[in-house]
Structures are given as structure tokens and as C-alpha cells.
Design a protein around this ligand. Sequence first.
Ligand code: C5P
Length: 234
Amino acid sequence: DTVGAVIVAAGRGERAGEPGSAPKQYRPIGGRQVLAWTIDSFKNHPDIDAIAVVIHADDHSLFDRALQNCSQPAVLTIVEGGANRQESVLKGLEALSDAGLSHVLIHDGVRPFANGPLIDRVIARLRNGSMAALPAIAVADTLKNAFHGDRVDGTVPRRGLFAAQTPQGFEFAAIFDAHQRASLNSDGEFTDDCSIAEWAKIPVDLVGGDPENVKLTTAGDIALADEKLGRKNL
Ligand code: C5P
């Protein structure tokens, strides 16, 4: 039983703001690039046997610099991404398809705080027989719809709602097949890999997510993460 990881980091990160600045996965937090933290959390995990990192064709030099800040020389497969997240994941899976993996974890490069126990929970669920394991957190806020500006249209009942995180874990052959079929039958509208599993009728099981495992989306998220790591190092 061998587990690989695909880390997708080929996005342009426009929501994080200032045009001309580096994509968010290459911004510094706690003294090194977001992606260096993310890669290390998988590289340092004893159960991860192979890692593919998916990067943008324009980012090779940014990526090489980030790699220099990883804790050990990384044995990684580097592959260039696609036009959307879904395409980028498929390229990562293709790059690992000859590695003989039984399982794969698929993770967003912009989630640098995926810790060992979280990765353990996902892998344990797969080893217990799940075809797909999703770390998620029950939604605590009351959710509102507002489709036209700032006027509220309604309230989404919170009961049974979970916020999905990554790493999402899968049987390698099942998710690779689902992704290949989805690439022919959809427009890249899937924003995570469990939604592709759901589309392919693969059962998805919840595991406990981690509130620290935030997705860095805005410039404010990055500033907050930097502050948090700074405080930890005091
Ligand atoms: O854009 P979004 O926030 O969904 O991005 C989630 C992750 O997917 C990020 O780590 C981003 O770098 C990655 N991504 C990618 N290729 C794309 C778009 C997003 O690897 N074309």
C-alpha cells in the first residue's frame, strides 16, 4: 500500500490582489514561501512515497527558489498545470500514474498548514477501506444568499453543511479514471476532487478537518498567516 500526493500550485491567484506581484503560493509567510511550507508538510510525512507538484509554466524560477527553502532536498516530480484547477490535478495524476500507487492525496498548494495528524486521519480512512476521504468542518456561521449586490435573498439552512478542505484522499485508480472521464465530459467546473468523485458515483467519507488548515485566498489571509507564524517563532 503506497500513498502519493499531488500538490496543485499552478493558479495565478488573482484574488490575492496587487497586479504584478507573485502568485499567492510564492508569497513569504514566516520567512519562506507558502509553497515551501506546503511541500514540507508532505515531504516530512513518513507515509507519503511520491509527490508531484503542479506549477505554472511561468513560475519555474519562483518554484526553484521556494524549493531551496524546503527542509531537505526534495524528491519531487514537477509538472506544468492547466487552465483550471481540475486540469492541473489531472496533470499531476498523470505524472504519478506509473508509480504504482494504491492511494493519492490531492492538496492545494495554498494550504500551508496541513499538519501530520490531519494527513494521518485521511490516510487512515483510506486504509480502512474508503475510496474517497474528505477532511471537512461543520459550518458554524449562518450562511446567507445574496445574488444581486448587498440585498440578502435568503438563508441557507446550516444543518448538515460542511466546509471541504484538502488534502482529499482517494484510491488512485478510481480518482484517475474519474478525472480522465470528467475532463472529457465537463468544462472544468469542479472546484475540488471529491466533487469529481461524487460525479463518478464514488462514495466519499468525511474525516475531521482542522480549523488551522485554512486556504490562503486574499492578501489579508497571507498577512494573517505571516503574523501567526511570526508569533509561533517568538
Ligand atoms: O483558484 P483556487 O483557489 O481554486 O485554487 C486552488 C488551488 O488550485 C491553488 O493551490 C492553485 O494554485 C491551484 N490551481 C492550479 N491550476 C489552476 C488553477 C488553480 O493548480 N489553473
